[in-house]
Design a protein. Sequence first.
Length: 140
Amino acid sequence: MNKIEHIGIAVNDLSVSIPVFEKLLNTPCYKTEEVASEKVMTAFFKTGESKIELVASTDPEGVIAKYISKKGEGMHHIAFDVTDIHAEMKRLVAEGFTLLNETPKKGADNKLVCFLHPKGTNGVLIELCQEIHHPDAHVL
């Protein structure tokens, strides 16, 4: 694992939470993005090399809506940047961790993602993130 990629915070309403975090972090939200497969809308902030992701449910039966109904708004997950998500998933399974998805899926912010079950990580939901590199992208 290379670094903390972002910290995810579950919120009820992005229209309320985005201004709060813009004031708190003294920086504008640089991106909002829907991840339809997860039934969420996300908003990202950058502060130094760190990122904060606000996550709001787009479905009252979605995982974030259920999370908030049980635990309230607040920290939801910590995401780690990895170079090779497949290799990292294999390593973590060999170490005894349980993956919530057996293959990486497309997440927000141009990432492949995989989550670890929080029962094996002291109650913290861990996300692995690998930047999606497009073979036709030109390096400057």
